[in-house]
Design a protein around this ligand. Structure first.
Ligand code: DHB
Ligand code: FE
Length: 289
């Protein structure tokens, strides 16, 4: 039986990756953000899972905008790093875990979540920046194989927050059903409040972000009850990415421990945050398989 050992929520702002790639993390404007990551990075270095599931959205880099699946899963052996217009990021290729991908696919379809299957996929900043936030110096390889789980948060109608939370619960059940004794880390990516274009470009709502950071642990059902329009109004047209954190949250136990969090305004035009949760061993023993 596989077990989820932690959940990591993090923004995936491309300039965070660029700051790392160009060795600017100690510059005055970036240092506070990267200093804020440090305790989480140290804890994660000591809690390496066998596989990570990264819940993310593509930004029209790996997937054309003419076909936008609501939910999808990668089943490949490897996921090349996409060239987003400035060349590939100088980071390792992402190695997949096809056995876990196919197990999750089958279980989630049986559970009513009809995922689109990506047998080939190039991964953009939505996936690689969270891996860099977790592991700043990966060397030749990321810490473990990755299963990408994709969500449409860029084109109307995005899935509801409630549907995302329900998918997360089904994902947790599917992980626990995997017959091998492996440990799994789940990453929920995107956010926090931001709007990149239009009349409200530059919009940031720290009050909502702080509430979301607290309630993602204590009352995720309340966040899942907010409508798509609530997210766009409260967090901005791209801030709706935060619904992906609810998938991560759903895969964890009801009772989780906050290891660390940090909140920073602004990376690019975006409120950026990280929140790291340990799944509780005691309550895990009580979960049905
Ligand atoms: C930017 C892009 C993103 O995908 C995001 O989530 C936040 C910011 C940007 O281009 O600045
Ligand atoms: Fe994004």
């Amino acid at each position: 039986m596989a077990e989820v050992i932690w959940g990591l929520a993090t923004s995936h702002v491309p300039s965070i990756g660029a700051a790392m790639d160009r060795e600017k993390t100690q510059d005055d404007n970036w240092k506070p953000l990267f200093d804020g990551y440090q305790p989480a990075r140290e804890w994660l270095a000591e809690h390496k899972p066998d596989v990570a599931i990264v819940i993310y959205n593509d930004h029209a880099n790996g997937i054309d905008l003419d076909i936008v699946p609501t939910f999808g899963i990668g089943t490949a052996e490897r996921y090349p790093v996409a060239d987003e217009g400035f060349g590939q990021r100088p980071v390792p290729e992402v190695v997949g875990h096809p056995e876990l991908s196919l197990h999750l696919l089958e279980n989630l379809v049986d559970d009513g979540f009809d995922l689109t299957v990506f047998q080939e996929l190039e991964v953009d900043h939505g996936l690689t920046v969270p891996l860099s936030v977790w592991t700043p110096e990966p060397g030749d390889a990321w810490p473990c194989p990755v299963v990408p789980l994709l969500v449409n948060v860029i084109q109307y109608p995005q899935p509801t927050a409630a549907r995302c939370y329900a998918l997360g619960k089904a994902l947790g059940r599917a992980i626990r059903n995997f017959p091998e004794d492996i440990t799994v880390g789940v990453l929920g990516t995107g956010g926090m409040s931001h709007q990149l274009a239009g009349a409200r470009a530059g919009f940031i709502n720290s009050d909502f972000d702080r509430r979301f950071l607290a309630e993602i642990q204590s009352d995720p059902a309340k966040l899942a009850a907010l409508s798509r329009e609530d997210y766009v109004r409260l967090a901005g047209s791209e801030g709706i990415e935060m619904i992906m954190w609810l998938i991560m949250r759903g895969a964890l136990d009801d009772d989780i421990t906050r290891v660390h969090d940090t909140y920073f305004v602004a990376a690019s035009n975006t409120a950026a945050a990280l929140a790291l949760f340990e799944n509780k061993a005691d309550s895990r023993a009580l979960q049905p398989a």
